[in-house]
Design a protein around this ligand. Structure first.
Ligand code: PPE
Length: 311
């Protein structure tokens, strides 16, 4: 990975190489952590964090669901994130806030372990490769089912839960595909290993409802709003794998990946096997929104105030 200079750790900026934790950190052993994936973009108004408040709100919701009191206010987290972006001199970057049970106790009862907070940022290019945004990715349905709300909490972005995504990703990667699609326990499409999923059929867009165990993605919400603003119909409804194969277009959304077309699912070519017209139109507007080039979506940007340099 690409490195940066400074990481915010429990209230202070430390050098990248000094941002360390103890090997007996609770979260390392039991997955007791919650996190966010956020991006800042180079906009005409300066570096700006996309839908920052929504990411902070989801972080606090995830923490609450796992009984983890965050020892900072949302305002402090926002200010700290601005500090990390500014102190590293980034115009654009990926931002990873993480809240986890730290060092001090072992065993499954976590409530006596300290809650640590880290905010890191680094340059991270196209998650699924630059080429994927144009050509699309080949996806495969994993044999692993998406974790259900009966055993874990799909609405929470928790570190331990990602073992489910990792099993799916490794499985399809070993078979030569770029991304994994997970079905929920009922057999309906849920989401990808790290992205939400949409299909387009006869000009109408569908995406699985949150009851299919997918993450309430912030990119998902943004793309739904953009599509509706463009007069497109967007339905949140369950659909099975055959509907994926029969779709005219399939695309996926996530902070890291942004908006990526899917050109093949389980060796079925989707539409013409290339980025389709609806995907292209949404991708263009979404990129404009991310980079502050769409006036109607400037409301989604949190411009980073770069502090005056003191001599
Ligand atoms: N589903 C999952 C399982 C998921 O991890 C993400 C984000 C999404 C949907 C899309 O959510 P949003 O970013 O709010 O639109 N995945 C993050 C982690 C990727 C990683 O490798 O780490 C991300 O995109 O930052």
């Amino acid at each position: 990975m690409e490195q940066a200079d400074l990481i915010w750790q429990n209230g202070e900026l430390v050098a990248w190489e000094d941002a360390k934790i103890h090997v007996l950190t609770h979260g390392l052993h039991y997955g007791t952590g919650v996190f966010e994936g956020v991006r800042a973009y180079d906009t005409p108004r300066g570096p700006a964090i996309f839908r920052h408040q929504e990411h902070i709100d989801r972080l606090f919701r995830s923490a609450e669901l796992y009984y983890m009191p965050i020892p900072y206010t949302p305002q402090e987290i926002r200010a700290a994130t601005h500090q990390v972006v500014a102190a590293n001199g980034f115009r654009e970057c990926y931002i990873r806030p993480i809240v986890f049970r730290g060092y001090g106790t072992m065993g499954l009862f976590p409530l006596d372990a300290p809650v640590d907070v880290v905010i890191a940022a680094w340059p991270w290019g196209a998650y699924l490769g630059e080429e994927s945004k144009v050509k699309g990715v080949r996806a495969k349905i994993s044999s692993w089912r998406k974790i259900s709300g009966e055993g874990l909490i799909p609405a929470a972005k928790a570190t331990g839960q990602y073992l489910n995504s990792i099993l799916a990703k490794v499985e399809v990667h070993k078979s030569g595909y770029q991304e994994a699609i997970l079905l929920d326990e009922r057999g309906f499409v849920s989401e990808c290993s790290g992205e939400n999923l949409f299909i387009v059929r006869e000009g109408r867009i569908s995406t699985p409802p949150l009851s299919a165990g997918n993450l309430d993605g912030i990119s998902r919400r943004s793309v739904i709003e953009i599509a509706r603003d463009q007069g497109l119909e967007v339905l949140e409804r369950d659909f099975d794998r055959a509907e994926l194969y029969l779709a005219d277009e399939v695309f996926i959304t996530g902070t890291a990946a942004e908006l990526v077309p899917v050109c093949e699912v389980d060796d079925h070519r989707i539409g013409a096997g290339a980025r389709g017209p609806v995907t292209t139109a949404l991708q263009t507007t979404y990129l404009d929104a991310l980079t502050g080039r769409a006036a109607s979506y400037e409301k989604w940007l949190d411009v980073v105030e770069v502090p005056a340099v003191t001599a």
